[in-house]
Design a protein around this ligand. Structure first.
Ligand code: AMP
Ligand code: MG
Length: 495
């Protein structure tokens, strides 16, 4: 029996060969201050939330106290950043404390982000400003509730130190939870060194940990890669369906587990425009909303390339096999996206008109500069004639006249299907959240915390985003698009 207020650690990554990481303790911080503990995630992982909020727990989430069983390491990786090869990256401001196994048997990394310098920090200070920590907490937890595979946020604490960026900013540490932190860039690191042994060990580790069913296949590596491609396709489709723009889809920011990672410059679009880019450093728009599927495809090709020699002894066969794995992606992402967009529109998906209706709705949204989230949400109100008027988000958004012919065709299409309006509406509400982490709300929460040490807006926002599908008039402010002066046009990596 484990009577500790934290779960037992079982550090499989730290059992891998020494060249996968360096052993490194977090650098202690002077005066930790508790920001928030994620109670439900804590419970799931086997942490006592009360303990995490206690003095000792706070020392733990700040990196000042290493619990028994943790074996802190900084992992090494490489990666393609904005298309360019970077042979040497790694946890430069994060420490993997160790792994814990949740009640359902799923292994999770417990990582501190902002925990001080490591061998991989290059010129950086290894610390994180408060703003990006709050942003990651808010957005990652919102994504989780929206059903998107993602790293999670277990806790956040201030450090009592300042970090120097464009000015002096308060420092903070985030406790990040992931099924693992193994990236495409981790494979690329060993491939670039032609370290076949390490690639084999890493692939076996990933199979055991994330794709156990692949171990039974004729070619486990190929089965693993098929699995990675499928999960990534599903992931990017979900981003598209929510209007989520990751912003920094480098190969070191794509996990083999298929979870979203790195909430640096990410943002949700307000007005629908597929060319939207937020990241201040993405000058060419490489990671614009519309490019996300093809960038994921490109990244997966880097993964397959890294493992190509292991796919088959004969080069020709390895190439053909690798190509087949990669070629599956566009159709998978398209299928997941189409299924999702039909669900969002209440369409059955088996009608020849469904695709045209979907595309035309998106065209209208772009033309009319419709808010992506409210457009879909308003349709979910209108789908049920009993609630169409006076209810839902009608006071926040109404379709312009340009939509009238489309709405008629959509209603006719739905009327020809034997589905109860109330059933259809319930399904649409679940596909179309009303509360998303809008940029201006995230910025507002960060600003209050940064400049006035007022964390109330942050806590309120986190609370509201925990129930994203249920509209309440009293919370209308959180569902409302930004006024012109509130629009956030650029986001920053925050490193
Ligand atoms: P990112 O842009 O967040 O994906 O980070 C890219 C690389 O920069 C990774 O190797 C990080 O560990 C490193 N890095 C980012 N911020 C810092 C920092 N403040 N100190 C040290 N290394 C950092
Ligand atoms: Mg990163």
């Amino acid at each position: 029996m484990n009577s500790n207020p934290f779960p037992s650690f079982d550090n499989s990554y730290a059992r891998l060969p020494e060249r996968f990481y360096t052993r490194q303790l977090p650098v202690p911080v002077p005066t930790p201050g508790l920001i928030r503990v994620n109670h439900s995630l804590a419970g799931y992982l086997g942490f006592s939330p009360g303990w995490l909020e206690s003095g000792k727990g706070l020392e733990f989430i700040a990196g000042n106290y290493i619990p028994e069983g943790a074996e802190p390491v900084a992992a090494v990786y490489a990666g393609h950043q904005f298309g360019g090869w970077n042979p040497q990256l790694g946890d430069g401001r994060a420490i993997l404390l160790g792994e814990v196994i949740a009640g359902d048997g799923v292994r999770h990394d417990i990582q501190l982000k902002g925990s001080g310098r490591t061998l991989y920090s290059r010129g950086g200070d290894g610390r994180a400003p408060l703003g990006p920590v709050l942003r990651e907490y808010i957005v990652s937890e919102a994504m989780a509730v929206l059903g998107v595979p993602t790293t999670r946020s277990l806790a956040a604490a201030t450090t009592g130190e300042h970090v120097i960026r464009e000015g002096r900013l308060p420092g903070a540490v985030l406790t990040r939870v992931a099924q693992s932190h193994i990236r495409i860039g981790t494979f690329e690191f060993f491939a670039s060194r032609q370290d076949q042994e390490a690639l084999r060990i890493l692939a076996d580790h990933v199979i055991q940990r994330h794709y156990p069913e692949a171990a039974q296949a004729d070619n486990p590596l190929r089965a693993m890669l098929d699995g990675v491609v499928a999960r990534q396709a599903n992931l990017v489709a979900q981003w598209q369906l929510l209007g989520f723009i990751h912003g920094v889809m480098n190969t070191d920011n794509m996990l083999l587990s298929g979870e979203t990672i790195d909430y640096g410059p990410c943002a949700f679009m307000d007005e629908y425009d597929p060319d939207t880019v937020f990241s201040s450093i993405d000058r060419g728009g490489r990671y614009a909303y519309r490019n996300q599927p093809q960038i994921a495809h490109w990244n997966l090709a880097r993964l397959v390339q890294a493992l190509l020699p292991m796919l088959d002894e004969e080069e020709e066969k390895a190439l053909a096999s690798g190509q087949a794995i990669i070629d599956a992606f566009p159709e998978l992402v398209q299928a997941a996206y189409r299924a999702g967009i039909f669900r969002k529109l209440g369409l059955s998906g088996d009608d020849t008109e469904d695709s045209a209706l979907s595309q035309e709705f998106l065209n209208l949204m772009q033309q009319e500069k419709t808010d992506f989230t409210l457009g879909f949400r308003r349709l979910s109100d209108l789908v049920n004639p009993n609630t169409a008027f006076g209810g839902g988000v009608g006071s926040l958004f109404e379709f312009t006249e340009a939509y009238t012919p489309w709405l008629e065709r959509w209603r006719d299409n739905l009327a020809s299907k034997p589905v109860e309006a109330s059933t259809r509406q319930a399904e649409m509400y679940l596909a179309n959240p009303v509360f998303i982490p809008r940029n201006h709300l995230v910025e507002e929460a960060i600003e209050a915390a940064e400049t006035r040490q007022d964390f109330k807006p942050f806590h309120e926002l986190v609370g509201i985003l925990a129930q994203p599908f249920e509209f309440k008039n009293a919370l209308a402010r959180y569902a409302t698009p930004p006024r012109p002066e509130q629009v956030v046009r650029q986001t920053f990596c925050g490193t």
